[in-house]
Design a protein around this ligand. Structure first.
Ligand code: AHR
Length: 510
């Protein structure tokens, strides 16, 4: 019965292709639109659901938590530039002292925020630092402003970073680590307008100044201080916080999720959706452009030199969690639809690279728009993982200015831009173009004028697409939706012609 219904579902969602329309695009290969910061490809791991325990770590035969090698290998292949921890909302409930020292002496607390489960603090500062060392990635630590003290946060900073003799470096050494970890990126609270303390921006700005004062630079590391940014389109938050505390802020952490349906009644489902849900989610994803533009305007008012980074510290799709999964664990499947919202969002970040220098998709394993899902010993890579993999060529590359006739994806009297793109040149001089077609029906032909480049052939290409809009990977069929080699691009009379199927993402190397 189950099999039959999933067959019927994918059959209904399989969209017949319609004849391709042609779109013009130009890429200025001699010009630069700036550097795409690798930190835009950042990740986030909160003590939430099965993200930490049973995600990045698993229990060995003695019940001790050990780093999960299969997950780590997959993340190493992806090459993640940073990892944000321990929250999220959890950060403003977290007392770091509970997570150091002998494991049997660490207290257990209740994770009231996420499922009311016991948090036994098996994973704490040392374990997280071992993980980031293994991943060769930069840690982003978020301190507790909502329920902690300035002293707590200052001591944590000292514990991880102090290079010489100090009470906290002594304690660190007693716990087995003599050398400092040199953690640079430091969040001063999370969502302080909500779960982080329900503050007004005026109050938070003052509190931020106070907490940030005690993050002292040492000879080995200078703090990059990140203030809690706004929720979605709350531009007033950005205006007030930048005006009152901007001089002490290095990064402002905006959070904006892509949901279909409603926060207050019911969000949409991850796998079971129709075209109206597809259209709505794409529409919501594209809103990121408007939201970033609004916050940039406020930041430009107070920081015209663009010193302060706009960080999109939490983004991604948020669906109703999977039926049967533990309440509060935010476990959701991930389909082609999620993948294309990710590529469109990454394109938007690139278009705002003058201000957006860092972003963290939520969350790495088993939570929200994850890269990886696990089930006991089984593991799968989600379609979103594959998008990050196809896009990694753009990290730290020079963005090339593009002009694109995006066309229209029409649905029931409404329309959205059908196409989205990024072009870049990497350090070795290789040019890459990524193209997304969100239209689930219509294939598109894109005729690209590569100004300043004499292209004779396409070196390689990969495509992510499927017949069904809700195509996804399962533990029984983990390679159902993976990128495959793409042969739909050719050079004709000096122009690059790309035949993009409906609902697809393509990355080309020229
Ligand atoms: O990512 C899940 C939650 O979403 C985070 O804890 C919080 O910061 C946000 O509201």
């Amino acid at each position: 019965m189950k099999l039959l219904s999933s067959f019927l579902l994918s059959a209904t969602l399989a969209m017949p292709a319609v004849a391709a329309s042609t779109h013009k695009m130009s890429v200025d290969t001699d010009e630069s639109a700036g550097i795409i910061s690798k930190h835009i490809y950042g990740h986030f791991a909160e003590h939430l659901g099965r993200g930490i325990y049973d995600g990045l770590w698993k229990q060995d035969e003695n019940g001790d938590y050990i780093i999960r090698d299969d997950v780590i290998d997959a993340l190493k292949d992806l090459g993640i530039p940073n990892l944000r921890w321990p929250g999220g909302c959890f950060a403003d409930y977290y007392f770091w002292q509970d997570g150091i020292g002998p494991k049997e002496q660490r207290p257990s607390v209740v994770n009231n925020l996420w499922g009311g489960v016991t948090e036994d603090n098996s994973v704490g500062t040392h374990e997280f630092m071992e993980l980031v060392a293994e991943l060769e990635t930069d840690p982003i630590v978020v301190g507790n402003v909502g329920s902690g003290t300035v002293e707590d946060m200052a001591n944590w900073w000292q514990y991880v970073n102090h290079p010489g003799e100090s009470p906290m470096s002594k304690l660190r050494a007693e716990n087995g680590r003599a050398e400092p970890w040199n953690v640079e990126y430091w969040g001063v609270g999370n969502e302080s307008w909500g779960c982080g303390g329900n503050m007004r921006p005026e109050y938070y700005a003052d509190l931020y100044r106070r907490f940030a004062t005690f993050l002292h630079p040492y000879e080995n590391v200078k703090p990059f201080r990140i203030a809690a940014g706004a929720a979605g389109a709350d531009y007033n938050w950005t205006d007030v916080v930048m005006e009152r505390a901007g001089d002490m802020i290095d990064g402002l952490d905006l959070h904006h999720y892509t949901i279909q349906g409603s926060w207050t009644t019911k969000k949409g489902e991850a796998v079971n959706f129709d075209e109206s849900d597809w259209f709505e989610l794409m529409d919501r994803a594209i809103e990121m452009d408007e939201i970033i533009t609004g916050h940039k305007k406020m930041m430009d008012k107070h920081d015209p030199e663009k010193r302060v980074w706009l960080i999109v510290g939490e983004w991604g799709t948020w669906h109703e969690q999977e039926e049967g999964s533990i309440p509060g664990f935010l476990y959701q499947q991930n389909t082609l639809r999620d993948a294309l919202t990710a590529s469109v969002t990454l394109d938007i970040f690139h278009q705002h690279l003058d201000r957006v220098k860092m972003a963290n998709i939520a969350q790495t394993v088993n939570v929200l728009q994850a890269m990886i899902l696990t089930d006991g010993e089984k593991m799968l890579l989600t379609p979103t993982y594959h998008v990050f993999d196809m896009y990694k060529v753009h990290r730290d590359a020079v963005a090339l200015p593009i002009k694109l006739n995006k066309g229209k994806y029409r649905y029931e009297g409404d329309s959205l831009p059908a196409l989205s793109a990024t072009a870049s040149r990497d350090k070795d001089g290789r040019t890459h173009i990524s193209l997304t077609n969100i239209d689930p029906h219509e294939a598109r032909t894109i005729e690209i004028d590569l100004k300043g480049m004499d292209v004779s052939a396409v070196k390689s290409g990969r495509i992510l697409t499927a017949e069904a809009m809700n195509a996804h990977n399962t533990f029984d069929n983990p390679d159902n939706l993976v990128p495959v080699s793409f042969d739909g691009a050719r050079v004709e009379k000096g122009k690059l012609i790309v035949e993009m199927p409906a609902k697809s993402l393509v990355t080309l190397e020229l």
